[in-house]
Design a protein around this ligand. Sequence first.
Ligand code: COA
Ligand code: AMP
Length: 632
Amino acid sequence: MTYKDVYAAWQSDPEGFWMEAAKAIDWDVFPSKALSAENAPIYEWYVDGMVNGCYNAVDRHVERGRGDQVAIIYDSPITGAKSETTYAELLVKVASLAGALRAKGIEKGDRVIIYMPMVPEALVAMLACARLGAIHSVVFGGFAAHELAVRIDDATPKAIIAGSCGVEPGRIVPYKPLVDGAIAQATHKPDFCIIFQRDQLRADMTPGRDHDWNEVQQGVTPAHCVPVEGNHPAYILYTSGTTGAPKGVVRPTGGHLVALHWTMKNIYGVNPGEVFWAASDVGWVVGHSYITYGPLVHGNTTIVFEGKPVGTPDAGTFWRVIQEHNVRSFFTAPTAFRAIKRDDPKGELIKDYDISCLRALYLAGERADPDTILWAQRVMKVPVIDHWWQTESGYPMVANPLGIEQLPVKIGSPSVALPGYDIHVLDEAGHELPPNTLGAIAIKLPLPPGTLPTLWNAEARYRKSYLTTFPGYYETGDAGMIDEDGYLYIMARTDDVINVAGHRLSTGAMEEVLAGHEDVAECAVIGVGDELKGQLPLGFLCLNKGCNRPHDEIVREVVKLVRDQIGPVAAFKLAVVVDRLPKTRSGKILRATMVKIADNQDFKMPATIDDPAILDEIRLALQPLGYARVQS
Ligand code: COA
Ligand code: AMP
């Protein structure tokens, strides 16, 4: 079958297509129908099916003879640790931790927050929750206590499972004090915590509340899998929106199992038993879908990599891992390749390794710039597949479906819509735009199985954020165009979300932190171009009248504030003090114009600008930071 055949098969019978795909999953009760449209425009899939995510990711492989196959390879160049866990061993570990959670009162539907570094125990914790039908919410380790507290108050977890520390180049990050700080800040208090103690830094325990990972499992009865409804939330994953309050994306169990399984062969081209590697973090959607659930549900071997593309120990780390573990498909963010290219521009280090086992490289999470794609193709000699998706979708919406057929690559485009996705480019009034015309990217409802049916405890926000602007469509928040061959091009976000090293961040959240500084009267944060990370946040501060403290002191303080409140992952290091911000006559800050000035791009003077002279002040303020350098 060609891509066109598969897409047409879906178009002609979407429900039949997804019922067929559902057969790859082991259900306790097979669903009688695919789509439930009673509450349109809120749609759900496989509602009357009964299923367990952990059973599909672990138990069934052991029952069918994959017990001795390695399920998880742990490779940690940053600590020097390596291990392998077979499916049979994984089953024992997951059933045991689930037994401990159950013994402490965790039941189906309870929330559990997981705050772990990249160790196999992070996957064990996720799967143990899935085993019980508990809803996990993994929080990325680079977020600070305040962000964790916000998630605790929104998800109201009964338990928190955390590692004692993370290991970053040159420093140990103590996680436990962040957990303690978050619980102190949060209004909601979890009943208990389970702490995985790492040798690099052991955590102090709060008696009565905190339990050691190993001790809490002693003498417990291993837990069986609890079947849940097809639309039962498997997890909540918070992602950045326009405001400081993160959006709790809900992932429905049945749809996510079916869709992830479908992608493993059709997009990533791997067969069960082969090694699949996503070099991301379990705290992001890529980690949920393609470190944990996708490869395991499909019977692949997954890799938990604790390290960086460069510096652990060098820019050859990725090649070493691919060779050593016989990786077939590899997935990472373009920024990782920009880092490698910067350290080893000629690709010398790859010559020390044999990566002929690899079939393709997949890039996502941010725009893949042509230079990076061409460089990767040249040094790796495999197809480089850019593909486009979001936390909300949970898996690719647009890709070159290598497992079906390799379509011609058009550099700069993640290629074509996948089955399930009917993608349109609309103008502001919601009218379809002709090919090659820039507009808002929207997807005709219903979205396919596995995509978000709502936001946790926030259906009104879900409707407002995604369903209201273009009735009958899901608004992606991305702008772009489709060419005459159906290839999509992603150009920009339509909201205040920026993408820093493949991490999705809210400038609104950073503005809220800056506004909290006692000397700041008004502020704005924009994303400026960066060669390595794609974008970097940059803050503009207007100070209170009469404040005559040195500007560099205030800048240092706000940088620290963002690091303490949002976390190091925000990479907020640039800020300038200005007298005024450019605004429209109605008072709206002209952030997009400031971005253009910073990045030296041409722009049209906004017709509604209040005072054009302010733009020159902005340009002058940016120049000492290396931005807004007007070319002569
Ligand atoms: N726990 C605690 N701190 C963390 C962390 C974690 N899990 N992950 C990152 N941080 C910290 C880093 O130590 C760094 O702190 P610093 O400001 O003190 O240096 C900060 O957060 C920013 O981290 P990072 O984005 O990793 O930048 P970097 O400069 O350390 O490395 C790259 C640059 C390009 C090598 C790195 O961004 C990278 O590997 N990117 C790949 C992106 C990726 O996998 N994205 C997932 C989506 S597919
Ligand atoms: P996240 O939810 O963190 O996965 O971020 C999703 C956003 O990242 C998308 O809405 C896009 O803005 C951006 N993005 C993801 N993949 C790509 C891609 N292949 N090309 C361009 N932008 C991308």
